[in-house]
Design a protein around this ligand. Structure first.
Ligand code: ADP
Length: 294
Protein backbone atom coordinates (compact mmCIF):
# COMPACT_ATOMS: atom_id res chain seq x y z
CA UNK A 1 0.00 0.00 0.00
CA UNK A 2 1.36 3.50 -0.79
CA UNK A 3 1.74 6.05 2.01
CA UNK A 4 -1.65 7.79 2.29
CA UNK A 5 -1.44 11.43 1.17
CA UNK A 6 -3.04 12.89 4.35
CA UNK A 7 -0.41 11.04 6.40
CA UNK A 8 2.42 12.33 4.17
CA UNK A 9 1.14 15.85 4.73
CA UNK A 10 0.83 15.28 8.47
CA UNK A 11 4.40 13.98 8.63
CA UNK A 12 5.56 17.10 6.78
CA UNK A 13 3.89 19.24 9.46
CA UNK A 14 5.35 17.14 12.30
CA UNK A 15 8.85 17.47 10.83
CA UNK A 16 8.36 21.20 10.21
CA UNK A 17 7.62 21.64 13.92
CA UNK A 18 10.48 19.39 15.06
CA UNK A 19 13.13 20.84 12.80
CA UNK A 20 11.95 24.47 12.90
CA UNK A 21 12.05 24.71 9.10
CA UNK A 22 9.45 24.06 6.41
CA UNK A 23 9.52 20.36 5.53
CA UNK A 24 7.70 18.68 2.68
CA UNK A 25 7.61 14.97 1.95
CA UNK A 26 8.65 14.66 -1.69
CA UNK A 27 8.51 10.94 -2.05
CA UNK A 28 7.81 7.82 0.08
CA UNK A 29 9.37 4.58 -1.19
CA UNK A 30 8.27 1.26 0.27
CA UNK A 31 10.96 -0.58 2.27
CA UNK A 32 10.88 -4.39 2.27
CA UNK A 33 11.97 -6.61 5.14
CA UNK A 34 9.38 -6.01 7.85
CA UNK A 35 7.11 -8.78 8.99
CA UNK A 36 4.14 -6.84 10.34
CA UNK A 37 3.95 -3.23 9.19
CA UNK A 38 4.25 -1.24 5.99
CA UNK A 39 7.48 0.73 5.93
CA UNK A 40 8.65 3.70 3.85
CA UNK A 41 11.78 5.69 3.25
CA UNK A 42 10.73 9.33 3.18
CA UNK A 43 12.57 11.79 1.00
CA UNK A 44 12.09 15.38 2.13
CA UNK A 45 13.77 18.71 1.52
CA UNK A 46 15.32 18.26 5.00
CA UNK A 47 16.78 14.81 4.38
CA UNK A 48 15.56 11.25 4.72
CA UNK A 49 13.32 9.70 7.37
CA UNK A 50 11.79 6.29 8.02
CA UNK A 51 8.14 5.66 8.77
CA UNK A 52 6.27 2.49 9.69
CA UNK A 53 2.49 2.36 9.34
CA UNK A 54 -0.37 0.05 10.20
CA UNK A 55 -4.12 0.14 10.56
CA UNK A 56 -5.38 1.25 13.96
CA UNK A 57 -6.82 -2.19 14.83
CA UNK A 58 -4.75 -2.89 17.96
CA UNK A 59 -5.28 -0.82 21.07
CA UNK A 60 -3.06 0.57 22.46
CA UNK A 61 -1.06 0.97 19.27
CA UNK A 62 2.01 -1.29 19.15
CA UNK A 63 3.91 1.82 18.03
CA UNK A 64 3.38 3.36 21.48
CA UNK A 65 5.21 0.45 23.10
CA UNK A 66 7.81 0.38 20.32
CA UNK A 67 8.63 4.02 21.08
CA UNK A 68 8.91 3.25 24.80
CA UNK A 69 11.02 0.17 24.11
CA UNK A 70 13.41 2.06 21.87
CA UNK A 71 13.70 4.70 24.60
CA UNK A 72 14.57 2.10 27.24
CA UNK A 73 17.24 0.57 24.99
CA UNK A 74 18.67 4.00 24.18
CA UNK A 75 18.92 4.92 27.85
CA UNK A 76 20.96 1.78 28.54
CA UNK A 77 23.62 3.36 26.33
CA UNK A 78 25.10 0.09 25.00
CA UNK A 79 23.81 0.18 21.43
CA UNK A 80 22.51 2.75 19.02
CA UNK A 81 18.77 2.84 18.34
CA UNK A 82 17.03 5.16 15.86
CA UNK A 83 15.70 8.40 17.26
CA UNK A 84 11.90 8.47 17.46
CA UNK A 85 10.51 11.67 15.94
CA UNK A 86 6.80 10.99 16.42
CA UNK A 87 4.10 8.40 16.60
CA UNK A 88 0.37 8.80 16.22
CA UNK A 89 -2.64 8.18 14.03
CA UNK A 90 -4.10 9.87 10.95
CA UNK A 91 -7.44 8.71 9.50
CA UNK A 92 -7.17 5.19 10.96
CA UNK A 93 -3.52 4.71 10.02
CA UNK A 94 -1.06 4.53 12.91
CA UNK A 95 2.54 5.52 12.30
CA UNK A 96 5.98 5.62 13.88
CA UNK A 97 8.38 8.19 12.43
CA UNK A 98 12.05 7.43 12.95
CA UNK A 99 15.46 8.72 12.08
CA UNK A 100 16.54 7.05 8.82
CA UNK A 101 19.54 4.77 9.35
CA UNK A 102 21.75 4.60 6.25
CA UNK A 103 23.11 1.08 5.99
CA UNK A 104 26.33 -0.54 4.83
CA UNK A 105 27.52 -4.11 4.36
CA UNK A 106 28.76 -5.56 7.64
CA UNK A 107 32.55 -5.13 7.87
CA UNK A 108 34.88 -7.87 9.19
CA UNK A 109 34.62 -6.84 12.84
CA UNK A 110 30.93 -6.01 12.83
CA UNK A 111 29.66 -9.23 14.38
CA UNK A 112 32.23 -9.10 17.19
CA UNK A 113 31.34 -5.46 17.90
CA UNK A 114 27.68 -6.38 17.99
CA UNK A 115 28.27 -9.35 20.32
CA UNK A 116 30.23 -7.20 22.77
CA UNK A 117 27.62 -4.45 22.69
CA UNK A 118 24.77 -6.89 23.32
CA UNK A 119 26.63 -8.27 26.33
CA UNK A 120 26.94 -4.72 27.64
CA UNK A 121 23.22 -4.14 27.08
CA UNK A 122 22.48 -7.27 29.10
CA UNK A 123 24.40 -5.84 32.05
CA UNK A 124 21.51 -3.40 32.55
CA UNK A 125 19.60 -5.04 35.32
CA UNK A 126 16.48 -4.57 37.41
CA UNK A 127 15.10 -5.88 40.69
CA UNK A 128 12.59 -8.16 38.94
CA UNK A 129 11.86 -9.88 35.65
CA UNK A 130 9.27 -8.17 33.45
CA UNK A 131 8.73 -4.45 32.89
CA UNK A 132 6.63 -1.58 34.21
CA UNK A 133 4.22 -1.89 31.30
CA UNK A 134 2.94 -4.52 28.88
CA UNK A 135 3.95 -4.31 25.25
CA UNK A 136 3.82 -6.37 22.06
CA UNK A 137 5.91 -8.88 20.22
CA UNK A 138 4.92 -8.44 16.61
CA UNK A 139 1.18 -7.92 16.94
CA UNK A 140 0.78 -10.23 19.94
CA UNK A 141 0.31 -8.67 23.37
CA UNK A 142 3.25 -9.38 25.69
CA UNK A 143 2.48 -9.47 29.42
CA UNK A 144 5.29 -8.05 31.56
CA UNK A 145 3.95 -8.32 35.13
CA UNK A 146 7.05 -8.17 37.35
CA UNK A 147 8.18 -11.43 38.99
CA UNK A 148 11.17 -12.09 41.24
CA UNK A 149 11.59 -15.58 39.84
CA UNK A 150 12.52 -16.16 36.19
CA UNK A 151 10.75 -19.49 35.78
CA UNK A 152 7.54 -18.08 37.24
CA UNK A 153 7.76 -15.16 34.85
CA UNK A 154 8.53 -17.41 31.89
CA UNK A 155 5.60 -19.68 32.63
CA UNK A 156 2.98 -17.12 33.68
CA UNK A 157 3.81 -14.24 31.35
CA UNK A 158 5.33 -15.95 28.31
CA UNK A 159 4.39 -19.60 27.81
CA UNK A 160 0.98 -20.06 29.45
CA UNK A 161 -0.78 -17.14 27.69
CA UNK A 162 0.42 -18.27 24.26
CA UNK A 163 -0.29 -21.97 24.87
CA UNK A 164 -3.81 -20.94 25.88
CA UNK A 165 -4.23 -18.76 22.79
CA UNK A 166 -3.00 -21.57 20.52
CA UNK A 167 -5.29 -24.08 22.24
CA UNK A 168 -8.33 -21.77 21.99
CA UNK A 169 -7.66 -21.37 18.26
CA UNK A 170 -7.03 -25.09 17.73
CA UNK A 171 -3.46 -24.47 16.61
CA UNK A 172 -1.56 -26.69 19.04
CA UNK A 173 -1.60 -30.50 19.15
CA UNK A 174 -3.71 -31.43 22.23
CA UNK A 175 -0.97 -33.69 23.65
CA UNK A 176 1.46 -30.76 23.57
CA UNK A 177 -0.74 -28.72 25.90
CA UNK A 178 -0.22 -31.46 28.49
CA UNK A 179 3.50 -31.65 27.68
CA UNK A 180 3.80 -27.94 28.43
CA UNK A 181 2.28 -28.54 31.89
CA UNK A 182 4.92 -31.21 32.56
CA UNK A 183 7.67 -28.98 31.22
CA UNK A 184 6.76 -26.15 33.62
CA UNK A 185 7.54 -28.41 36.57
CA UNK A 186 10.95 -29.27 35.12
CA UNK A 187 12.04 -25.74 34.19
CA UNK A 188 13.70 -24.81 37.52
CA UNK A 189 16.13 -27.69 37.03
CA UNK A 190 16.77 -26.87 33.37
CA UNK A 191 17.51 -23.13 33.49
CA UNK A 192 20.48 -21.70 35.41
CA UNK A 193 19.75 -18.68 37.60
CA UNK A 194 20.56 -15.28 36.09
CA UNK A 195 19.97 -11.67 37.09
CA UNK A 196 17.20 -9.90 35.17
CA UNK A 197 18.86 -8.51 32.01
CA UNK A 198 17.50 -5.83 29.71
CA UNK A 199 16.60 -7.72 26.52
CA UNK A 200 15.85 -6.61 23.00
CA UNK A 201 13.22 -9.33 23.16
CA UNK A 202 12.84 -10.10 19.43
CA UNK A 203 16.42 -10.36 18.28
CA UNK A 204 16.41 -11.99 14.87
CA UNK A 205 18.50 -11.00 11.88
CA UNK A 206 16.02 -8.46 10.49
CA UNK A 207 15.86 -6.57 13.78
CA UNK A 208 19.31 -5.06 13.64
CA UNK A 209 20.98 -2.89 11.05
CA UNK A 210 24.63 -2.22 10.21
CA UNK A 211 24.85 1.56 9.97
CA UNK A 212 27.05 3.37 7.46
CA UNK A 213 29.78 3.88 10.08
CA UNK A 214 29.77 0.21 11.07
CA UNK A 215 27.71 0.54 14.24
CA UNK A 216 25.13 -2.11 15.08
CA UNK A 217 21.69 -0.50 15.44
CA UNK A 218 18.76 -2.20 17.18
CA UNK A 219 15.27 -1.83 15.74
CA UNK A 220 11.79 -3.23 16.39
CA UNK A 221 12.25 -4.43 20.00
CA UNK A 222 9.91 -6.19 22.42
CA UNK A 223 11.89 -5.18 25.53
CA UNK A 224 11.63 -6.59 29.02
CA UNK A 225 13.99 -7.70 31.77
CA UNK A 226 14.52 -11.40 31.29
CA UNK A 227 16.99 -14.27 31.21
CA UNK A 228 19.70 -13.15 28.78
CA UNK A 229 19.80 -16.56 27.09
CA UNK A 230 16.40 -15.63 25.59
CA UNK A 231 18.06 -13.01 23.34
CA UNK A 232 20.95 -15.35 22.47
CA UNK A 233 18.56 -18.17 21.63
CA UNK A 234 16.42 -15.92 19.45
CA UNK A 235 19.49 -15.05 17.33
CA UNK A 236 19.66 -18.75 16.47
CA UNK A 237 16.00 -19.28 15.57
CA UNK A 238 16.46 -18.14 11.97
CA UNK A 239 20.26 -17.79 11.92
CA UNK A 240 22.25 -14.92 10.44
CA UNK A 241 24.64 -14.26 13.35
CA UNK A 242 28.26 -15.38 13.04
CA UNK A 243 30.58 -17.35 15.32
CA UNK A 244 32.41 -14.06 16.10
CA UNK A 245 29.22 -12.63 17.55
CA UNK A 246 28.91 -15.40 20.15
CA UNK A 247 32.64 -15.45 20.92
CA UNK A 248 32.73 -11.72 21.54
CA UNK A 249 29.61 -11.91 23.70
CA UNK A 250 31.13 -14.69 25.77
CA UNK A 251 34.43 -12.84 26.19
CA UNK A 252 32.61 -9.76 27.41
CA UNK A 253 30.08 -11.46 29.70
CA UNK A 254 30.51 -15.26 29.81
CA UNK A 255 27.38 -17.38 29.50
CA UNK A 256 26.73 -20.31 31.81
CA UNK A 257 28.24 -23.42 30.15
CA UNK A 258 25.69 -25.48 28.25
CA UNK A 259 23.76 -22.44 27.01
CA UNK A 260 23.70 -23.82 23.49
CA UNK A 261 21.81 -26.91 24.71
CA UNK A 262 19.17 -24.57 26.18
CA UNK A 263 18.58 -22.65 22.93
CA UNK A 264 15.59 -24.73 21.82
CA UNK A 265 14.05 -24.53 25.26
CA UNK A 266 14.30 -20.72 25.28
CA UNK A 267 12.98 -20.60 21.73
CA UNK A 268 9.71 -22.24 22.71
CA UNK A 269 8.47 -18.72 23.39
CA UNK A 270 9.24 -17.23 19.93
CA UNK A 271 8.01 -20.49 18.36
CA UNK A 272 4.70 -20.06 20.17
CA UNK A 273 4.60 -16.46 18.93
CA UNK A 274 5.04 -17.71 15.36
CA UNK A 275 2.56 -20.51 15.92
CA UNK A 276 -0.07 -18.01 17.04
CA UNK A 277 0.70 -15.51 14.28
CA UNK A 278 1.21 -17.90 11.36
CA UNK A 279 0.11 -21.41 12.43
CA UNK A 280 1.23 -24.09 9.96
CA UNK A 281 4.35 -26.12 10.64
CA UNK A 282 5.19 -24.23 13.83
CA UNK A 283 2.92 -26.64 15.74
CA UNK A 284 5.21 -29.52 14.72
CA UNK A 285 8.31 -27.58 15.68
CA UNK A 286 6.88 -26.80 19.12
CA UNK A 287 5.94 -30.47 19.55
CA UNK A 288 9.36 -31.79 18.60
CA UNK A 289 11.12 -29.46 21.08
CA UNK A 290 8.71 -30.46 23.86
CA UNK A 291 9.35 -34.16 23.27
CA UNK A 292 13.07 -33.59 23.92
CA UNK A 293 12.33 -32.39 27.43
CA UNK A 294 9.15 -34.16 28.46
P1 ADP B 1 8.24 -4.58 11.11
O1 ADP B 1 7.78 -3.92 12.37
O2 ADP B 1 7.17 -4.67 10.08
O3 ADP B 1 8.90 -5.92 11.35
P2 ADP B 1 10.83 -3.30 10.91
O4 ADP B 1 10.91 -2.32 12.05
O5 ADP B 1 11.56 -4.58 11.11
O6 ADP B 1 9.33 -3.57 10.48
O7 ADP B 1 11.35 -2.54 9.61
C1 ADP B 1 11.29 -3.11 8.32
C2 ADP B 1 12.61 -2.94 7.59
O8 ADP B 1 12.86 -1.55 7.42
C3 ADP B 1 13.81 -3.48 8.37
O9 ADP B 1 14.13 -4.80 8.08
C4 ADP B 1 14.92 -2.55 7.94
O10 ADP B 1 15.53 -3.03 6.76
C5 ADP B 1 14.22 -1.25 7.63
N1 ADP B 1 14.34 -0.25 8.71
C6 ADP B 1 13.76 -0.34 9.94
N2 ADP B 1 14.02 0.76 10.67
C7 ADP B 1 14.77 1.57 9.89
C8 ADP B 1 15.37 2.88 10.07
N3 ADP B 1 15.19 3.57 11.19
N4 ADP B 1 16.11 3.37 9.06
C9 ADP B 1 16.27 2.68 7.89
N5 ADP B 1 15.73 1.48 7.66
C10 ADP B 1 14.99 0.91 8.63
Amino acid sequence: MPLPQPLAEHLGRVLTEKLHEPVQVRDARPVAGGSINDAFRLHTNAGEFFVKTNTADCYPSPFVSEERGLGILREAGALRVPEVLAQGEVDGTTFLLLEFIAQEEEDRDFQARFGRALARLHRSTNNSFGLGHDNYIGLLPQVNTPHKDWVEFLVQCRLEPLVKMARDNGRIHPGDTIRFERLYARLPALLPPEMPALLHGDLWKHNYLASANGEPVLIDPAVYYGHREMDLAMTKLFGGFDREFYEAYNNEEPLVPGWEERVELCNLYPLLVHLNLFGGSYADRVGSVLRKYV
